[in-house]
Design a binder for this molecule. Structure first.
Ligand code: PLP
Length: 460
């Protein structure tokens, strides 16, 4: 099976608009095929921001149609980016154009469109590898998202490598999707899941971590950015320490990839996982990166088409990695959309976006500090722009509903990370999670609305 690293523009003349640099009219079925452009080095969306070295959210906002809609009669303020991000037209048009002009199954069929779709899909794999700083596309497996990627590692690598008495160290920050798959496989293999505690500011207790590591440790599961507290653990240092004991490290990048640049080789991650929909891409697509030598030694976890070499009733041989882990028809259009999202985000300059979001977080912290009775959870240095808070006198759902009436979307509940909330003695909290298209004015609307809620309650 071949894994060509095809440039996007090489595969489908009719899909030139899918790079985000061409008008979408090119994608209309029957329209004359335009010249195929070279793959963009600096796509247009962010070029102004990139040239000046500073990112401004207006450039991004112009591309995201849903941000123009009103909700409950007010302009939408989308502060639920930790749950999912809104999509730029480059991604939306890519999905429409794929189905309008290029839909085909991949890795099979001798016809032109199957070949084009395969090249697009494998080009998407190469784009993900570049995005993560991976040494080769062969270490990238497409999955439905972060959750499926962690389950893949647990069910394949875990089942083959864990045994009685082995330990999996899991930080208390983790989303349930980086806890429960380990519990399931630990139960089956009679291994143990051991939590790594947090400090009061929401950072991982590094002394406790060093004490917990031992030659029983087979794997460390740690988030690259917490979806509740925003904490960004020192993953590179934690990985180096784990490797001294021969343990592997899985990094959950679900909340990291949209916010700051990632280099899996620099981190020396054994496994790195993320979801496209938290990265301005479609739902139902994400990826697992694994060091190619580790992936090559892992058994398949799901059987079916695409992942085999030869099938007889008394024996079966499997496709090489990464295809061995992609049974069945994948989310082909999702790969196209994911690539468009990566191109869109990177066009703004990753460092510039990170710097803008850090400044916006600073503004948000100040604005929320002025709201009576509001307490933000987690203030580890270097956190991403996630503000989970409690508001004295109001339960989190009431707060979220109040904000919704004013067009402000936040999330209330346990955020699929109950242990990190329990660290603060809570079952639920309200979360405002910011993204590159959010503005200081939107943050001010959030703070003003929360202040009104408090004032109104005080007056009753
Ligand atoms: N890990 C973290 C840190 C998350 O925030 C999330 C989703 O909120 C996930 C994992 C699960 O992602 P998905 O539902 O896309 O698989």
């Amino acid at each position: 099976m071949t894994t060509p690293d095809m440039p996007w523009g090489a595969y489908a003349p009719g899909m030139a608009g899918l790079t985000g640099t061409q008008p979408s009219a090119a994608a209309v079925p029957g329209a004359p095929a335009p010249e195929v452009p070279a793959p963009p080095q600096q796509p247009s969306a962010g070029s102004a921001a990139t040239r000046s070295g500073e990112f401004t959210p207006e450039a991004a906002r112009r591309d995201v149609p849903v941000l123009q809609r009103p909700v409950n009669g007010r302009p939408l303020v989308w502060l639920d980016n930790g749950a999912t991000t809104q999509k730029p037209r480059q991604v939306i048009e890519t999905l429409a154009a794929y189905y309008a002009t290029a839909n085909s199954n991949i890795h099979r069929g001798a016809h032109t469109m199957a070949r084009e779709a395969t090249e697009m899909y494998e080009g998407g794999r190469a784009a993900v590898a570049r995005f993560l700083g991976a040494p080769s596309p062969d270490g990238v497996v497409f999955t439905r998202g972060t959750t499926e990627a962690v389950n893949l590692v647990a069910q394949s690598w875990g089942r083959a490598n864990l045994g009685p008495g082995d330990e999996i160290l899991v930080s208390t920050l983790e989303h349930h999707s980086n806890i429960v798959p380990w519990q399931l496989i630990a139960r089956e293999r009679r291994a143990r899941v051991v939590p790594i505690p947090l400090l009061p500011d929401g950072s991982i207790d590094q002394d406790a971590y060093a004490d917990l590591l031992s030659f029983r440790t087979q794997l460390v599961a740690v988030s690259h950015a917490s979806n509740v507290l925003g904490t960004v653990p020192p993953v590179k240092e934690m990985t180096a320490l784990a490797h001294r004991y021969g343990a592997k490290v899985l990094v959950d990048g679900a909340q990291a990839v949209a916010h700051f640049p990632v280099d899996v080789q620099d981190l020396d991650s054994d496994f790195y996982v993320f979801s496209g929909h938290k990265l301005y891409g479609p739902t139902g697509i994400g990826a697992l990166y694994a060091k190619p030598e580790i992936l090559a030694g892992m058994p398949p976890w799901q059987g079916g088409g695409n992942m085999i070499d030869q099938v007889e009733f008394d024996r079966v041989t499997f496709a090489p990695v990464p295809h061995r882990f992609e049974a069945g028809t994948g989310h082909i259009s999702g790969v196209a959309g994911l690539r468009a999202a990566i191109d869109w985000l990177t066009s703004f300059g990753r460092e510039a976006v990170a710097a803008y979001e850090t400044a916006l977080l600073g503004h948000a912290r100040q604005a929320l500090a002025a709201v009576p009775g509001l307490t933000v959870l987690g203030d580890a240095p270097g956190k991403i722009a996630v503000l989970t808070f409690t508001l004295a006198g109001h339960d989190p759902v009431t707060v979220a509903r109040w904000l919704d009436q004013e067009g402000i979307a936040v999330r209330a509940g346990h955020h699929c990370a109950q242990p990190s909330l329990r660290h603060y003695g809570l079952d639920a909290a309200t979360r405002a999670s910011l993204a590159l298209y959010n503005t200081a004015e939107e943050v001010d609307r959030l703070a003003a609305s929360l202040t009104r809620l408090q004032t109104q309650a005080a007056a009753v």
